[in-house]
Design a protein. Structure first.
Length: 137
C-alpha cells in the first residue's frame, strides 16, 4: 500500500521574502506563482514551480514565530521536506503507530490550499517533515 505519493515541496527559510523571491526568480527562471500569509504560523510564503516540483520560501512575519526562531538558531536554509499524501489523518495515525513523534496530531490549514501536519525532526534524523493533502473544494 502506497503511503507517500511524492515530495510535494522543499521549504526554505529566508530572512527577506522580496530579496529571496528575486534571487530564486533569477535562479529558476520563473516568478513565484503564489505568495500568501499564513497567520497561524506567522509566516509569509512564496511558491515556485520547477517542473513537477515546488520550492516554498518562508519568511517570518514575527521574530518569535516558528521561522524567525529557526533562522535565529540555524540561519537561512532548508527548513523542511513536504510529502504529498492522499489521506493525512490515516498517515498521521500510521506514523504515530510506527513510533514517529508528531508535532500535529490533527491536520490544519496551511499554504497553497493544503491540509498540513508536521513530524518532529527528533524522530526523522533531524529533518522536519511536513505531510500535505490537497483541500478539495
Amino acid at each position: 500500500m502506497k503511503h507517500i505519493n511524492k515530495i510535494e515541496h522543499l521549504g526554505i527559510a529566508v530572512n527577506d521574502i522580496d530579496k529571496a523571491n528575486s534571487l530564486y526568480e533569477k535562479l529558476l527562471g520563473v516568478p513565484p506563482y503564489k505568495q500568501e500569509i499564513v497567520e497561524s504560523e506567522s509566516v509569509i510564503t512564496s511558491f515556485f514551480a520547477v517542473g513537477e516540483n515546488k520550492i516554498e520560501l518562508l519568511a517570518s512575519t514575527q521574530e518569535d514565530g516558528p521561522i524567525g526562531k529557526f533562522i535565529a538558531k540555524k540561519g537561512e536554509g532548508i527548513h523542511h521536506i513536504a510529502f504529498d499524501v492522499d489521506n493525512i489523518e490515516q498517515e498521521l495515525a500510521r506514523l504515530e503507530k510506527e513510533g514517529f513523534q508528531l508535532i500535529n496530531k490533527t491536520p490544519k490549514k496551511g499554504a497553497d490550499n493544503k491540509l498540513v501536519a508536521f513530524i518532529h525532526p527528533k524522530s526523522t534524523n533531524g529533518v522536519l517533515i511536513e505531510l500535505c493533502q490537497e483541500i478539495n473544494s
